[in-house]
Design a protein around this ligand. Structure first.
Ligand SMILES: [Zn+2]
Ligand SMILES: [Zn+2]
Length: 651
């Protein structure tokens, strides 16, 4: 008998093997000889080809107890087609490289499910209504959006939801946008459920991965909290998927295997025929559109959990103050002092890592630019180096410029370290801490900072974007946005959307336990429309306007975009390569090909990048045709193709 076996490797096809085992079924996990090695693979659907010249090898054995369900096989096939990637690579995301099945000694995790009923968790009326709304469709595919301002207690609602699913002996998956949030959430889960959830992300140890894999496949693990990649795990009996902070652009994986985890999670739910909840304070534009046209159900929690109002807002017009060498206005200092005097915490928010985003010589105008990327270098004072935020290369600042003269660099623009210095001068007697990814690389650093903040041993925080995400600081009641800039970079079509989400999230950090809280926007453009709608708490208006604009410009979600990035060592190679590919793509009907153009970030890691953008109607599923065509092309090994379906970044 013949059988097809898909291996978790880069191939887009399965291999034919002989077998004498009659009981083999689709999805069974088997050990097969491959080259000189043994590999793990999955019995895969497909024609058993009659191959005459090649000796067909035998399947070595079946790995008992483990197999993939048919709907997961269908999902893997769909996922590979949609995202235009090899089947085997998708399988690798599902079962790993297979080595897991050779090791038998690991202890199992058994999430002993005795959900403790902790009386400190009580839903208010609005939350109860939200829960009833989500409970409405329990056994079939259904996308529902739970929207609620930050601090409205959405998490508690979906915890209750998970409780029900687990009590029905099914498994639950919670997706979070960032790895560091999984640890922060772990304790909240434990508090509520009385057991530790399994944590899944790229940084966990191979051993833990193995244990979780097995636990998921035999249904001993009931609850997984994970980053993007967890959505492909081989659950045995998945009952629900929750995507928290669904609007977060971190869900889009930009490097390596490119896919959008939120959209792929919705698809997974549909293949599994289970409900999925998207949780957000302000939905993404795509989700907002799906709510408007009634594809997704929608419930909005209006009040904050403890009934505390959102912070009041104030705009400080930086044009009116001629402050020398200072990024913080007199007015902001006065406001901060008011809160500090009440022993409450103040946050200065600046969305730039490092000390200064630009280094320019004031004598010759020389700018510090990364030698392998078209990017300005950011000066980091803690390392005393200039760092490229793209390729992470570091450089000592050399005093000599290209002409051999002695340069005198000025630091242009503020970064978080610069603001830290300034705040220290203004408030010398206060305890001040930086909250930025560069300072929180290690887990214990993060934990100790959290504990100091919650014990009120910190008066002032200087934070970057990281602080806007999901943290809970009870004493934080005043936020000062140092540089509220809504102009954005020209090539990002999501600037407006990202900004309203960022600042809404950020403002939600303040006043969680106080009726008097304030967010101050220092800005050079006080008339900006987005800023003013934001202050009126009118995100819906902004989203509606954005949608109208997208429709007019034939952009997503009204059309699908697909980017093909061609990279090479020479600019002419990448550009000509892209032009050549375009010629071939033009044979495909019902698509529009824009470009090639140079990418806005022309050079990354010494590779020049040219981009084609393909646009087509969403109902025309063109990926398959485009993949097939690309596969027939003889592409020079001097250029590299990267395909990005539904691109989020246009750098
Ligand atoms: Zn670089
Ligand atoms: Zn110079």
């Amino acid at each position: 008998m013949r059988a097809q076996v898909l291996l978790p490797k880069v191939f887009n096809f399965s291999f034919t093997y002989n077998t004498n085992q009659k009981k083999l079924r689709l999805g069974d996990i088997v050990e097969v000889p491959f080259g000189k090695k043994r590999e793990i693979g999955v019995i895969w659907p497909g024609k058993n080809l009659e191959i005459k010249k090649i000796k067909i090898k035998n399947i070595h054995k079946k790995i008992d107890k483990f197999s993939l369900k048919e709907n997961l096989i269908d999902y893997i096939r769909w996922f590979a087609t949609y995202n235009m990637m090899p089947l085997g690579l998708v399988l690798k995301m599902v079962i790993g490289n297979g080595k897991n099945f050779f090791i038998k000694k690991d202890k199992d995790i058994d999430q002993n499910i005795n959900i403790s009923i902790n009386s400190k968790f009580k839903l208010n009326e609005e939350q109860k209504n939200a829960l009833n709304f989500l409970n409405l469709k329990n056994d079939k595919f259904d996308v529902s959006v739970l929207q609620g301002t930050t601090g409205s207690g959405k998490t508690l609602v979906y915890f209750e939801r998970i409780k029900r699913i687990i009590s029905e002996k099914k498994q639950a998956l919670v997706l979070l946008p960032e790895i560091f949030l999984t640890n922060e959430f772990k304790s909240r889960f434990f508090d509520f459920f009385g057991f530790d959830p399994a944590i899944w992300h790229s940084k966990i140890t191979p051993k833990n991965k193995r244990i979780i894999w097995k636990g998921i496949m035999n249904n001993k693990i009931k609850l997984v909290i994970g980053a993007r990649s967890s959505l492909l795990l081989p659950f045995k009996n998945l009952g629900i998927i929750i995507v928290d902070e669904e609007h977060d652009t971190s869900y889009k994986q930009d490097e390596g295997v490119v896919y959008h985890a939120r959209d792929m999670a919705v698809a997974r739910a549909s293949f599994e025929k289970i409900p999925i909840h998207l949780i957000s304070s302000i939905p993404s534009l795509e989700t907002f559109n799906n709510i408007q046209n009634k594809k997704f159900r929608h419930f909005k929690i209006l009040k904050r959990y403890n009934n505390y109002p959102l912070p009041q807002t104030k705009i400080v017009n930086l044009n009116l103050k001629k402050i020398k060498n200072s990024f913080i206005s007199e007015e902001s200092i006065e406001i901060a002092n008011k809160f500090l005097n009440k022993k409450e915490q103040v946050l200065f928010f600046i969305n730039r890592r490092g000390y200064a985003p630009y280094l320019i010589c004031k004598k010759c105008g020389f700018k510090q630019i990364c030698s392998s990327c078209s990017m300005y270098l950011t000066f980091h004072k803690n390392k005393n180096k200039a760092i490229c935020h793209h390729c992470l290369s570091e450089r000592k600042i050399s005093k000599k410029c290209s002409e051999g003269k002695i340069c005198e660099f000025i630091m242009y623009g503020p970064g978080v370290e610069k603001i830290y210095e300034e705040v220290k001068k203004i408030f010398p007697s206060n305890k001040i801490e930086i909250f930025s990814s560069d300072y929180m690389k290690k887990k214990d650093q993060v934990n100790s900072l959290f504990s100091r903040i919650s014990k009120n041993q910190v008066d002032i925080l200087i934070g970057t974007q990281m602080i806007s995400k999901g943290f809970n600081f009870p004493k934080l009641n005043c936020i000062i946005v140092v540089d509220a800039d809504f102009s954005g970079r020209g090539y990002d079509l999501r600037t407006t959307e990202k900004n309203i989400q960022l600042y809404h999230q950020l403002s939600g950090r303040a006043g969680r336990f106080s009726s008097e809280s304030l967010i101050v926007y220092q800005t050079l453009s006080p008339e900006n429309i987005t800023l003013n709608e934001l202050i009126k708490n009118n995100s819906e208006e902004i989203l509606k306007k954005e949608l109208a604009l997208r429709k007019k410009n034939l952009l997503p979600p009204f059309n699908r975009l697909l980017a093909i990035i061609v990279s090479a060592n020479l600019q002419s190679l990448s550009f000509d390569g892209a032009r050549e590919i375009k010629k071939h793509l033009e044979k495909i009907s019902d698509i529009e090909i824009l470009g090639p153009v140079d990418s806005p970030l022309l050079k990354i890691k010494n590779k020049y990048r040219s981009r084609l953008l393909i646009r087509f109607k969403e109902k025309n599923f063109k990926q398959k045709q485009i993949s097939n065509l690309l596969n027939t092309l003889k592409i020079s090994n001097k250029i590299k193709l990267t395909v990005d379906v539904d691109p989020v970044n246009f750098g």
